[in-house]
Write a protein that binds this ligand. Structure first.
Ligand SMILES: C[S@@+](CC[C@H](N)C(=O)[O-])C[C@H]1O[C@@H](n2cnc3c(N)ncnc32)[C@H](O)[C@@H]1O
Length: 259
């Protein structure tokens, strides 16, 4: 077989794993290892790293979902991990609200199942182990779709956005809570210093391992800036795409409608 010189051959697709370039096909396994390592301490670490702010950000996200309190409401929370967002949606809705927590990582889901047993609205949750890039649901199955701090881990971002669009009903809403670009002078340098110096240290003390948290901080820096991400949401077919920055842009909530 004739080998093409590198300039003419098709380079294997690559993805960012934090600041490291890895083969696209290998990224998911690396991401899975990160969440295998942190699953048992994941919720505690979220509180410690964000000083509890992640609870407020998630409450704002769920206030935008507005699940119906008196009619059926089918909600999908992708990369839902330990069910933190799903439990909030279930509690905000009524008895006919059903929330599917989908995640690729069985360890994260198993923590979520244990939490759901203890939570008042936990019986409204169902857990599905699957990939955001290939959702195991029919078209138009859900009234709303959320993904919180998850989409930047998915190797094929545009495939995940396309699937989000496919599984939503017409009139359904896509909402994504994700770290963003800090836009307050002074806060950006403070935040960067905190992220790179303190977060891996907290990770080592609490989880016994700093590497997963180094990945987390690096992956935030590599994620597209909010206006670029809005364009990708529009390219997936969503209309009226917009974003709202919270806490000086540390995070943003992105929204799009399937119309
Ligand atoms: C930072 S956690 C967020 C968990 C939860 N949404 C929250 O806000 O607490 C990221 C989650 O994304 C999941 N994930 C990574 N790649 C995924 C994929 N391709 N499909 C579905 N979930 C994925 C991980 O397993 C992990 O549970």
């Amino acid at each position: 077989m004739t080998r093409l010189p590198p300039a003419q051959g098709k380079a294997p697709a690559e993805a960012d794993f934090g600041f490291t370039k890895v083969p696209l096909a290998g990224k998911q396994r690396l991401v899975d290892e990160v969440f295998d390592r942190v699953a048992r301490r994941y919720d505690l670490m979220n509180d410690l790293m964000s000083g509890g702010l992640h609870r407020i950000w998630k409450d704002v996200l769920v206030s935008m979902v507005k699940p119906s309190r008196n009619q059926g409401f089918a909600h999908l929370d992708v990369a839902g991990g330990t069910g933190d967002v799903a439990l909030r949606v279930a509690a905000a809705g009524g008895p006919a609200t059903r929330v599917t927590v989908l995640d690729i990582n069985g360890e994260m889901l198993s923590v979520g199942r244990q939490r759901a047993v203890m939570a008042p609205a936990g019986s409204r949750l169902a857990f599905v182990e699957a990939n955001a890039e290939a959702l195991p649901f029919g078209a138009g199955a859900f009234d709303a779709y959320t993904v919180a701090f998850g989409i930047r881990n998915v190797p094929r971002l545009d495939a995940a956005l396309g699937e989000a669009h496919r599984v939503l009903k017409r009139g359904g809403r896509f909402l994504c809570l994700e770290f963003s670009d800090v836009d307050v002078p002074g806060l950006n340098r403070l935040y960067e210093a905190y992220s790179f110096a303190a977060i891996p240290v907290i990770g080592r003390l609490v989880v016994g391992d700093s590497e997963p948290y180094r990945y987390l901080v690096e992956s935030i820096k590599k994620f597209p800036q909010a206006p670029q991400f809005r364009q990708r949401i529009e390219a997936a077919g969503f209309r009226r795409a917009s974003f709202t920055r919270l806490t000086g842009g540390i995070v943003a909530i992105h929204s799009g409608w399937k119309l």
